[in-house]
Design a binder for this molecule. Structure first.
Ligand code: SAH
Ligand code: DHB
Ligand code: MG
Length: 220
């Protein structure tokens, strides 16, 4: 089944996405640097670009940069004068991301913040960098509930919050799974659903990265 999903992803990507040497090189750099291959897929990246465009985002916050593959997609969807702030714990990942962002010609619009997001997010607030129009949560899954709280502090009515990896091959919906990476996402989903200021849905996805999904919420 996974093979079919990958084959169809390739087909869709070939049909819909322009050939893009920069993005291919970014993925090659990430693999050469030994980063884990957990970047969003090309089609998912294009979805992030579209979301930024659809929301008219000028201020985007990403939590979990890795090598900047998703960051570049978000930055490409920015409205004129827009910026992406992206938070990354691992200095090595951040360094690769900065190089990739530079290669993509986006160094002027992407701000990579190194450190545990729970340390850097309060700094963003203090610097008055919000409110963000779009927030993409994709760092350590155990931290998702707290990242949601920060997303709410740093957004405004109408902002959009997206969470990656909310399905994890069905493990999120399996109460027997008690891995904190899974329970973190489960708690996040419950908190999104229960929050009076959020309207949300989730979309299951299959493709090159297997079976997973995105949660998408708008702030009231
Ligand atoms: N958004 C990226 C993938 C992110 S992978 C893409 O699609 O291209 C998750 C990243 O979150 C990893 O680079 C990991 O180092 C980072 N991370 C883990 N814990 C973190 C924390 N506490 N704060 C910030 N980033 C963290
Ligand atoms: C995995 C995928 C992700 O998108 C992520 O953010 C973390 C881990 C994975 O497939 O393991
Ligand atoms: Mg992810």
């Amino acid at each position: 089944m996974d093979e079919d999903w990958g084959r169809v992803d390739d087909h869709l990507a070939r049909a819909l996405l322009p050939a893009d040497e920069v993005l291919e090189q970014v993925l090659a750099e990430n693999r050469a640097a030994g980063l884990p291959p957990i970047d969003v897929s090309p089609l998912q990246g294009a979805f992030l670009t579209l979301l930024a465009r659809i929301t008219g985002a000028r201020r985007v916050l990403e939590i979990g940069t890795l090598g900047g593959y998703s960051t570049i997609h978000l930055a490409r969807g920015l409205a004129a004068g827009g910026r992406v702030v992206t938070c990354e714990f691992e200095p090595r990942h951040a360094e690769v991301a900065r190089r990739n962002v530079e290669r993509a010609g986006l160094a002027g619009v992407v701000d990579v913040r190194v450190g545990a997001a729970l340390q850097t997010l309060p700094q963003l607030e203090q610097e008055g960098l919000g409110p963000f129009d779009l927030v993409f949560i994709d760092a350590d899954k155990g931290g998702y509930p707290q990242y949601l709280e920060w997303a709410l502090r740093l957004t405004r009515p109408g902002s959009v919050v997206v969470g990656d990896n909310v399905v994890r091959r069905g493990r999120v919906a399996d109460p027997a799974v008690t891995d904190p990476a899974v329970t973190g996402v489960r708690t996040f989903l419950d908190a999104v659903g229960a929050h009076p200021r959020l309207r949300a849905t989730a979309l299951q996805t299959v493709g090159a990265k297997g079976w997973d999904g995105f949660a998408i919420a708008v702030v009231d």
